[in-house]
Design a binder for this molecule. Structure first.
Ligand code: VG1
Ligand code: CO
Length: 548
C-alpha cells in the first residue's frame, strides 16, 4: 500500500465543543478539513500502532464519505484494525459498548447528534477513548492545539472504496477492516441488564408503545430489540429508517421538536408508553399517555427504582448529574444514603466517576441518561429501563412519576433556549452577568406576594474528585433560598451564532401543589432571569425560541 503525505495548512476553529467538533456539512466538505482534524487526533495518540479503532456514525449526510477517508487515514497511520458498523452506522452508545466489549483502543463517532442533517445541515466528529467514553478535555485540547500546527496528513493511496455494506473482513494495506453488525453487541448488553421476559409479557398482555426514531440511527436498534426480541407489534417503531437528512426532522427528542409523537401520545386511544431518541441515539424522551417526563425527573425515578431491574438489583454506588440538571436526583441519593455528584455539562465529565465506581447512574437535563454499562448516555437503554419498570410494577409512566413526587417532592423544571444570538451579543450578556455576580448574593425579588432571595451567585467551577482536573466558567448560577435555581450558560454544540440556555428550577414539597403547569410554576423565576441578565435587551429578541 502506498501512503501519501499531503501538505496542508491549519484551519481556524477546530476546537471540539461540549461533544466533539461540529460544523456545517459545507465546512467539513472543504478539501483537507476532515483530514486535518483526524490527523491531529491520530498525532495525539502516539501508541496507536497495531491498535483497534471502532468507527461509525449516525448516518447523516457525509457519513459515508467520511468513513472512507478515515479508513484510509487509519491504515496510513498504523492502526492494526478497524471495526466499522455496517453501512457506516453505529449509535454513540453502541460505539461505547463495542469499544469496551472488544477492548478496542478507541473509537471515532461521526455525528452532530441532535443537530439537523442534510447537505445544508450539520456534521460532526468525536473521539472516544478506551473506556468507551468521550475524550476528556485534556485530550480534546491537545487535539485542538495540534490542528493549529498541522502541516501534513497521511492517507492510503487508493481510490477504491471499502465495501462497508457487507459483513465480513477486508484489508487496506496492513490494516484489517471488519464490518460488524451495528446492533448485535449492543442488544446483547441490553439483555444482560433488563428483564426481557417481563417486557415480552408486557407487550403480549396488549400494552402498546410508540418509539419515534426521528429517521436517525436509533431505528435499527429499536426495531431489533422492541419489535424483534420483545415481540412489540410491527409499527411500534416509527421513522425507523436512518435517512441522510433525517427526513427533514430535527432529531432532538423534546416536546418542541418531537411534536408528532406528543400528538400521538394524547387522548384515551394513545399508546401506554411513548419514547424518542436523537440523531446518534444517545438521548431519550419518555412519555406516558398525556404525560411528559422531564429528563431530570427521569433520572431521579430510575435511581429510586433501580433495584427493580436486574442490572441494578444490588443498588447504586452513587448518582451523578450535570450542574444544570435539577436536584431531584440529589434527594433520592440522600434517601438512599449514596453520594450525588454535580459535574459540568457534557458526558465526558462522568467518565472518571463511572470508572472509579463512584457513580452508577448519570443524567443530564438535556434528555441524556445512562449508567456504568457504557461510558456514554444511552437513549434506548433509558427507554428499556422505563419499559422494564412498567412491566415489573404494573404501573403507568404517569403513576410512577406521581408516586415519586408524593414521596420526594416535585422539582418544577424548564429550559429556555435563546437561539441564533450573535456571538458578540451573547458574550456581552454573559460578561455583564459575570460582572454583576458579586452584587447578587442577598438580592431580593418580589414574587407572588413574597420575596425570593438569592443566597449564592457564582460561576460554576468543578474539580474532578478522581483525577483532580479543574474546569472553570461552566455556567452562572443563582441559588435561591428554598432551593430554586436559575442557571445561565452558552451552548457548546451549535454551529451558527450563539445559543443562551436558561435553566429554571423550583422545588415544591407539598403534594397538593404538584399539578401546576411548569411555565406557570416557574413564572416568577422566568421574570427574574430576564431582570438579572437583561436577556431581552441584550438579544433584542422577544422571547426564547425553544422551551422544553
Ligand atoms: C448539549 C446539552 C448537553 C449535552 C450535549 C451533547 O450541550 O446541553 O447536556 O451533553 O448537548 O449532547 P450544549 O453545550 O449545547 O448545551 V448530544 O446528544 O448533542 O451529543
Ligand atoms: Co446525541
Amino acid at each position: 500500500m502506498n501512503i501519501l503525505s499531503i501538505a496542508t495548512r491549519p484551519f481556524v476553529g477546530q476546537r471540539p465543543g461540549t461533544s466533539g467538533l461540529r460544523k456545517k456539512v459545507t465546512v467539513f466538505q472543504q478539501p483537507h478539513y476532515l483530514e486535518n482534524f483526524v490527523q491531529a487526533l491520530f498525532d495525539t495518540l502516539p501508541d496507536r500502532a497495531g491498535k483497534t479503532l471502532v468507527l461509525g456514525g449516525d448516518g447523516r449526510f457525509h457519513n459515508r464519505a467520511a468513513v472512507q477517508t478515515i479508513l484510509r487515514m487509519a491504515a496510513a497511520n498504523g492502526f492494526g484494525s478497524a471495526l466499522v458498523g455496517r453501512g457506516g452506522l453505529l449509535s454513540t452508545p453502541a460505539v461505547s459498548a463495542v469499544i469496551r466489549k472488544r477492548a478496542a483502543y478507541g473509537g471515532i463517532i461521526l455525528s452532530a447528534s441532535h443537530n439537523p442533517g442534510g447537505p445544508d445541515g450539520d456534521f460532526g466528529i468525536k473521539y472516544n477513548i478506551s473506556n468507551g467514553g468521550p475524550a476528556p478535555e485534556k485530550l480534546t485540547e491537545a487535539i485542538y492545539e495540534r490542528t493549529q500546527a498541522i502541516a501534513e496528513y497521511r492517507i492510503a493511496d487508493t481510490a477504491e472504496p471499502v465495501d462497508i455494506d457487507t459483513l465480513g473482513t477486508h484489508s487496506l494495506g496492513e490494516m484489517r477492516i471488519e464490518v460488524i453488525d451495528p446492533v448485535a453487541d449492543y442488544a446483547e448488553l441490553m439483555q444482560s441488564l433488563f428483564d426481557f421476559d417481563a417486557m415480552r409479557a408486557w407487550f403480549a398482555a396488549g400494552h402498546r408503545m410508540r418509539y419515534d426514531a426521528m429517521c436517525a440511527v436509533g431505528g435499527p436498534y429499536a426495531k431489533a430489540i422492541l419489535e424483534g426480541m420483545l415481540g412489540a407489534p410491527a409499527g411500534t417503531v416509527v421513522n425507523g429508517e436512518p435517512l441522510e437528512d433525517f427526513g427533514g426532522h430535527h432529531p432532538d427528542p423534546n416536546p418542541a421538536h418531537a411534536t408528532e409523537l406528543i400528538a400521538a401520545m394524547s387522548g384515551a386511544a394513545a399508546p401506554d408508553f411513548g419514547a424518542a431518541s436523537d440523531g446518534d441515539a444517545d438521548r431519550n424522551m419518555i412519555l406516558g399517555r398525556d404525560f411528559v417526563v422531564t429528563p431530570s425527573d427521569s433520572l431521579a425515578v430510575l435511581a429510586a427504582n433501580a433495584t427493580r431491574v436486574p442490572g441494578y438489583r444490588d443498588g447504586l454506588a452513587g448518582i451523578a448529574r450535570s450542574m444544570p440538571t435539577s436536584c431531584a436526583a440529589d434527594i433520592v441519593a440522600q434517601a438512599l444514603g449514596i453520594p450525588c455528584y454535580e459535574t459540568p455539562t457534557g458526558w465526558k465529565f462522568f467518565g472518571t466517576l463511572l470508572d472509579a465506581d463512584r457513580a452508577t447512574l448519570c443524567g443530564e437535563e438535556s434528555y441524556g441518561t445512562g449508567s456504568n454499562h457504557v461510558r456514554e448516555k444511552d437513549g434506548l437503554w433509558a427507554i428499556l429501563f422505563w419499559l422494564n419498570l412498567q412491566a415489573a410494577t404494573g404501573q403507568s409512566v404517569e403513576s410512577l412519576v406521581r408516586h415519586h413526587w408524593t414521596r420526594f417532592g416535585r422539582h418544577y423544571y424548564s429550559r429556555h433556549d435563546w437561539e441564533g444570538i450573535s456571538t458578540e451579543r451573547a458574550d456581552a450578556l454573559m460578561a455583564a452577568l459575570r460582572a454583576k455576580l458579586p452584587s447578587l448574593a442577598g438580592a431580593e425579588f418580589p414574587a407572588a406576594g413574597k420575596a425570593l432571595r438569592i443566597e449564592q451567585a457564582d460561576d460554576f467551577a468543578y474539580t474532578d474528585p478522581v483525577d483532580g482536573s479543574v474546569s472553570q466558567r461552566q455556567g452562572v448560577r443563582l441559588l435561591f433560598a428554598g432551593g430554586s435555581r436559575i442557571v445561565f450558560r452558552l451552548s457548546g454544540t451549535g454551529t451558527e451564532g450563539a445559543t443562551l440556555r436558561v435553566y429554571l428550577e423550583r422545588y415544591e414539597a407539598d403534594p397538593l401543589q404538584h399539578d401546576q403547569a411548569a411555565q406557570e410554576a416557574l413564572a416568577a423565576l422566568i421574570e427574574i432571569a430576564d431582570t438579572v441578565a437583561g436577556i431581552r435587551s441584550h438579544t433584542a429578541m422577544p422571547g426564547p425560541t425553544v422551551i422544553t
